[in-house]
Write a protein that binds this ligand. Sequence first.
Ligand code: GDP
Length: 319
Amino acid sequence: MVDVPELVAAARSGRPRAVARLISLVESASPQLREVMAALAPHTGRAQVIGLTGSPGVGKSTSTSALVTAYRKRGKRVGVLAVDPSSPFSGGALLGDRVRMQEHATDPEVYIRSMATRGHLGGLAWAAPQAIRVLDAAGCDVVLVETVGVGQSEVEIAGQADTSVVLLAPGMGDGIQAAKAGILEIGDVYVVNKADRDGADATARELNHMLGLGEARQPGDWRPPIVKTVAARQEGVDELVEALEKHRAWMDEHGVLAERRRARAAREVETIAVTALRERIGDLGGDERLGALAHRVVEGELDPYAAADQLLAALTGRY
Ligand code: GDP
């Protein structure tokens, strides 16, 4: 058993190993998870959570690393959570490949962690927000949440951030892809990376056009800026940080940050509740109640909705 208060105190005083340990407790759904989350709760809400999404190869990992450099220059403590919704494997192997992060690996003010979210009950959808809480409570000023790999969950990951950055690159047919993936609705800031390549201006223009096609904005509405970067050479990254800071200020001013965080917390609570419910249904299946209901549905004695009602009634009666 872990001494949770001690571990939380160590993480808050900036000990990277304590932070790593807390995230491991979250990821393994430790029996002490509840105790950990309760201890962290009073210390959360300070970090700016920034999500980065975009097609593979667009430069997310390079941009994340470049952002870490830029924020470190400003004296900020930075957390990086690389979430892979397409893999069931968490941990070192993934990060080992992420050479670009290596330059930050020995910086005690930078916490880098990868997390796979597939292949677990409830898709581990609850785990990423809890890991963000750990990084937040550990005093990170900025938490960068990067989606690694491909997955439908891109939009879902974006939903966990205060500010969503969508990356595109020239020559990838990204404009059209983006529109298809509904990514044009989720970006607060757009980045056209690889601006050293031909076609960057055309990509930015196309994107600008597509963003303008939406409904007429009201005065004071946020118009997502498009920032051109060469992440591999740290170019345009200060402008990106500036755009992120402007977005944060705009959210504060218009009450958007509080609203987004409430919506996020609501989803988080719902996800945890649904996961718990599913586990309990699993337990019920063990004592064959679900099996018996299924049998009656197959026999036509009961419709699936009535059966579900009975199952829920059994659950609430039992717990
Ligand atoms: P991710 O899959 O979205 O995380 O993309 P990566 O960050 O791994 O980058 C994919 C490739 O693009 C790598 O070979 C990078 O070196 C390269 N790359 C990243 N940023 C730039 C850039 O600004 N310009 C150019 N020319 N290449 C870049």
